[in-house]
Design a protein around this ligand. Structure first.
Ligand SMILES: Cc1cc2nc3c(=O)[nH]c(=O)nc-3n(C[C@H](O)[C@H](O)[C@H](O)COP(=O)(O)OP(=O)(O)OC[C@H]3O[C@@H](n4cnc5c(N)ncnc54)[C@H](O)[C@@H]3O)c2cc1C
Length: 380
C-alpha cells in the first residue's frame, strides 16, 4: 500500500483487531509487524483466553465487554471460524474475596445473569473443584474460552478482505509525529507517511514510546496443560473457565479441555520482570511447581503432571487499567496496550475505539479510565 491513511504498528490482539475495525470503516490502513502474526513471540498466543462479562476488576468494564461480545460474534460470522467456546465462568474464593465480591457487584449493578453457590452446592455441581467450607463459587453463564491465534488470524483476514494492507517481518524503528503527518521509519531505511499512527506494540511499547517505558512493566508468564482422567468431565459444557483467589490473595485460573485430553492451568501474575527480547522461553520447575501443587490440592480428576507449557508476557500498567488514547506532544498518534494480563477479551472493542480515535479524533465510548497521559513519566 503506497499511501496508507493510518498505519497500525504491531499486529497482536490489539493491532489486528484495530486494523479490522479501520478496514470496516473503509479507511486505507496498513498494519506492520516485526514477526508474522499470529505468532508466539508476544502476548497473544497459547491456544485460549478467558472471556467473561461480570468483571471483578471494575463494573465500568462491563459496557465495553458487552460491545466486545457483539464484535466477536461479528468476526466469527465474517470469518466463518469458531473463535469462542462458551462454557460459563466460575469465580471461586472467600465470600469477601476481590474476585467474588467484585464480580458479584458488577453482575448486580449491570443486571447480568449469575448464580452464587455455597461450597457444598458448588462441589455437587462441579466435583472437579475442591472447595473449602468457607469458600463460594459465583457462576456466570456469559463466558467461555476465546481462541487467540484464531482471533488474530481472522481479524487480519477480515481486514485484508476489506482492503487493508499487512506488512510482516518488518520492524518499526521509530515514529515521528508532525502537525500534519506521522512518519513511521522501518528497519532498512524505508519510511511510511500517514495521517495517523496506532501503536499496538504490546511488550515493546516502551521501546517505541520511551515516555511510557518507566511506567510499563513486562512480566513473564507461564501456562501449562495438565492431563485429565475423564475428558468428558472437563469439556466446556461441563467445566467452566475459572478464576480462583486463594486465601492469601494470589490467583490461579483454568480453561476447559479444548483438545479432549488436557486442561490449561496457570498462575496469574507472580512472574519475573523481563525485557521482551530477553524473555526466557523455557518453563522450569520453579514455574511449574505452583501449577502442579494447585492441581494436586484444588482440583479433582486432574493429574498433577505437566503435558506441555508455554511462556508469554504481560505488559502491566501501575493500576492494571489499559492504555487507549493520545499521548501529550504526539499529534496524530493513538496508543493501545498496557494490557495487564486481562485485555484479550476486550481487544475487539479496544480496536474499535482505537479506530474511532484514528478516524474521528473522539469516541462515544467511555474510555477516560484508560487515558495514556496518566502514565507519562510515572515510574512504577
Ligand atoms: C499467559 C497469558 C494469559 C492471558 N490470559 C488472558 C485471559 O484469559 N483473558 C484476557 O482477556 N486476556 C488475557 N491475557 C492478556 C492478553 O492476551 C494480552 O493482553 C493481549 O494479547 C496483548 O495483545 P497486544 O496486541 O497488546 O500485544 P502482542 O500480542 O504482544 O502484540 C504486539 C505486536 O507488536 C509487534 N511489534 C512490537 N514491536 C514492534 C515494532 N517495533 N515493529 C513492528 N512490530 C512490532 C509484535 O511483533 C507483536 O505482534 C493473557 C496474557 C498472557 C500472556
Amino acid at each position: 500500500m503506497q499511501n496508507p491513511e493510518v498505519v497500525v504498528v504491531g499486529l497482536g490482539a490489539m493491532g489486528a483487531l484495530t486494523l479490522w475495525r479501520l478496514a470496516a470503516r473503509g479507511v486505507a490502513a496498513l498494519g506492520v509487524d516485526r514477526f508474522a502474526p499470529p505468532h508466539d513471540r508476544g502476548s497473544s498466543h497459547g491456544g485460549s483466553r478467558i472471556i467473561r462479562t461480570a468483571y471483578s476488576e471494575g463494573a465500568f468494564y462491563v459496557p465495553l465487554l458487552q460491545e466486545a461480545w457483539t464484535l466477536w460474534d461479528e468476526l466469527e460470522r465474517a470469518s466463518g471460524t469458531r473463535l469462542i467456546h462458551p462454557s460459563g465462568a466460575l469465580m471461586i474464593g472467600g465470600p469477601d474475596s476481590d474476585v467474588v465480591r467484585g464480580a458479584l457487584e458488577s453482575a448486580r449493578s449491570h443486571g447480568l445473569a449469575h448464580e452464587l453457590f455455597e461450597a457444598g452446592a458448588a462441589r455437587a455441581r462441579w466435583p472437579q473443584h475442591v472447595l473449602g467450607g468457607n469458600e463460594v463459587a459465583l457462576f456466570e453463564p456469559r463466558a467461555g474460552a476465546l481462541l487467540p491465534e484464531a482471533a488474530v488470524g481472522a481479524a487480519l483476514d477480515a481486514a485484508r478482505a476489506r482492503g487493508a494492507g499487512v506488512l510482516t517481518g518488518r520492524r518499526v524503528a521509530g515514529i515521528e509525529c508532525g502537525d500534519r503527518e506521522v512518519m513511521v521509519g522501518l528497519d532498512g531505511g524505508d519510511t511510511l507517511t500517514c495521517r495517523h499512527c496506532v501503536v499496538a506494540a504490546g511488550p515493546w511499547t516502551g521501546a517505541l514510546l520511551p515516555e511510557l517505558s518507566a511506567s510499563l512493566e513486562v512480566e513473564r508468564q507461564v501456562v501449562a496443560w495438565l492431563p485429565v482422567d475423564d475428558p468428558a468431565m472437563f469439556g466446556p459444557e461441563r467445566f467452566p473457565v475459572f478464576l480462583r483467589q486463594l486465601p492469601d490473595g494470589r490467583y490461579r485460573y483454568g480453561i476447559p479441555s479444548l483438545d479432549g485430553a488436557t486442561i490449561k492451568v496457570a498462575v496469574h501474575h507472580e512472574g519475573a520482570r523481563t525485557a521482551p527480547d530477553a524473555l526466557l522461553r523455557e518453563a522450569g520447575p520453579s514455574d511449574l511447581g505452583p501449577v502442579v501443587e494447585f492441581a494436586r490440592t484444588a482440583l479433582r480428576g486432574v493429574r498433577p503432571e505437566i503435558a506441555r507449557s508455554s511462556v508469554c508476557m504481560y505488559t502491566n500498567t501501575p493500576d492494571e487499567r489499559f492504555m487507549l488514547g493520545a499521548l501529550p506532544g504526539r499529534p496524530g498518534l493513538t496508543v493501545v496496550g498496557g494490557c495487564s494480563g486481562h485485555s484479550f477479551k476486550f481487544s475487539a472493542i479496544l480496536g474499535d475505539v482505537a479506530a474511532d480515535l484514528a478516524v474521528d479524533g473522539s469516541t462515544r465510548r467511555d474510555v477516560a479510565a484508560f487515558d495514556p497521559a496518566r502514565l507519562v513519566g510515572v515510574p512504577r
